[in-house]
Every structure is written in C-alpha cells, then in structure tokens.
Design a protein around this ligand. Sequence first.
Ligand SMILES: *Cc1c(COP(=O)(O)O)cnc(C)c1O
Length: 392
Amino acid sequence: MQRPDLKGNFEEFGGRFVPETLMSLVVDLEKTFNALKKDKGFKKEFAFYLREYAGRPTNLYFACSLSEKLKTLKVYLKREDLLHTGAHKINNTLGQILVARRMGKTRIIAETGAGQHGVATATAAALFGLKCDVYMGEKDIERQALNVFRMKLLGAKVIPVTSGSKTLKDAMNEAIRDWVTNVKNTFYIIGSVAGPHPYPMMVREFQKIIGIEARKQFLAKEKKLPDYLVACVGGGSNALGLFHPFFNDKKVKMIGVEAAGYGLNTDKHSAAILKGKTGVLHGSKSKLLQTKDGQIREVHSIAAGLDYPGVGPEHAYYKKIGRADYVAVDDKQAIKGLKLLCKTEGILPALESSHAIGYLEKLAKKVKRKSSVIVCLSGRGDKDVYELKEIV
Ligand SMILES: *Cc1c(COP(=O)(O)O)cnc(C)c1O
C-alpha cells in the first residue's frame, strides 16, 4: 500500500485540513508535484542545483575515534552539515522553489521560528531572484537577531508577528493568512514534513536524497546494510530523509530522537511523538503537544530547530506501525553529545544534531553485539556558539 494514500493519509494521520479558499491551491500543487516527480527535466534540474549549488553528495564519514570511545558501535556520520548554509534544509527549499518556478509564482513566503528555515528560503529565493517575505514571531526576532540579519542581507523581508505567543505557531498562522490572500502569485515554502497534503510527502521526496546516498555509500564501504539509523526529530524532515529509503530494509532499525528539554516529566520539552496527543495543526493530523482543553502548548528545547509543538504525520505513522522507535534526549545530554563530537572528531555539530549524537552512549550500552549505525548530522554548530558560550 502506497503511503501516503491518494488523499495524503498515513492511516489516521496526515490529510488536508485547510480552509475552502486554499483547497483548490493545494490540489493544484499536488497535481503539479505529482507530474514533476516523474518529469525527467525537473529531476535533472533538481539534481543539478543539489550538486552544483548545495554541494551534494555529502560524505558518509566513518567516525573512527568516536567509535573507539563507544566500543560497541561503529558510527558513520551523514554529513549534511557540509552543505551550503550548513544544514539539510537547503535540499527542501531548493526543491520547493523549483516547483514554485514551474507554477509561475513570483513571490515566496515562509515562516520561521529559529530563523534557519527562513535563511534557507531566503537563500533559494535570492538564487532565483524571487521576492521573499518571511513571517517570524516578535519574540523569535529578538532571540534570533543574527538570522534576521542574515535573511535581510539575502534580500528577504522579515515580517514581525505580534499575535498570540509571538513565536513559530503564530508565524505559521500569519503565513497561511497571507497565502489565502495572495494565492495567485505566491508560493508557501514549508520547512519540514508537516502541513497539508502534499507538503509532508513533497518535503520527504526532496529530503530522501540523504538516505538514498547514505544507503549506497554504506553498502560500498561495508558490503551490507547498517544495523541502526539515528536522527533528531523536530518536524522530522532530516530523519525521514534518512529513514525513508530504508523503509523496506526490515532489519535496519530506525531511531528518531526528540528533544526532552528540561525533562519529559516537566512541561518544558518538545517530544510530540512520545508525549503528544492526536490533533490537527497547520493542516494535518498528527501527534502534538496540547493542553487538556486542546490548546497548543508552549514547548522548549535548547535546540531552536527542535522547538516545535508538532511532528510530521509520517512519523506518527512510523511510530504506530512500529517501523521506527522514538526516544528523547534532554538539553544536558545534547550538550554532552556536542562536546563529545567536538573532542573526538573535531566536528562541531548543530545543537539539533547533538541530540542524535547524545543518544549514542545509551545505544552503545543497549546493543548486544558490535553494531553499525548511521547518524544524520543534520547541521553544523557555528550558529549555536553564542548561545553555548553562555551555558557551557
Ligand atoms: C531545522 C533543523 C532540524 C529540525 O528539523 P527536521 O525537520 O526535524 O529535520 C534539525 N537539524 C537542524 C540542523 C536544523 O536546522
């Protein structure tokens, strides 16, 4: 059975919960994307920009010192941190902007929390000379001044959102409002495997290059498949990008690492799969962190990119059918992971990716025999050094 099905459902998750005014637009986008997915010219164009502009393929690096330290694990890192702009997000924004161009759209909008998706979108928009407006909560604008400046340098306009909690979820609502008003010329670039169908599927299709490359590279080096895949989960795009091409390799275990923030027993975390309830957010049904009366909860993670109250519907589905396991790593363990990779390998990972690294010690103790693991190193940590300086 194909997932998602033709209506965008991953069993009870996913779907398309949008106002009537947007329905024809998302249906139009779905038709366009389904046609482009099979279009040789489009595939070639996407591959061209990934290669020439973003820097693909990324290395699958054997982390020898880290593996020695962990003893029972042979660790390979998929180096998405080496891409242009320093993270996997560029795979998706390049893909979507190429779709926007094919649809004749002249204006791009996006929403951003930490600013990383905003920067990746502004980058792609600059490359193709498209107008770009990025919605961002007022609170986030204060917290992420550097990324705001970056977006402006790239020619994007950052629009402050002053409603609600003045953070990501409010920015998403504003972006959707803008989209409804300006459907004719505007394309909405969503930053993870979330949103109404076809977005979760489309973003996965753009990110699955991570797993396609990693699978091939691992086979070439080890002449077999890995025992484990590990990736951090915010909305879930780098994780699905790595996981999806291994879906039918039943022996390969997948582990998604959510952010436990101050701890899963506090209300300051963002572990939507482990602690969330089924509900609808931003156009699709999935697991999300909500209060007793169904309001979206404030969430926390030291990693700005994991600080999202929901998760992509395909992860809720993977969890339900048991295809992937989900665990959580708190702020402290993530910092420990970051330091470990710095010291053993000379690689400064993003705080998001540090959650995946932070889980390895636990995994190393759990495995019964020497096992191999591919970790998605979703981004580099240069963006985090200011914040780290305050706490480390
Ligand atoms: C945004 C971001 C994430 C989280 O997003 P996903 O959609 O879960 O991949 C993870 N790592 C980095 C470096 C990011 O910038």
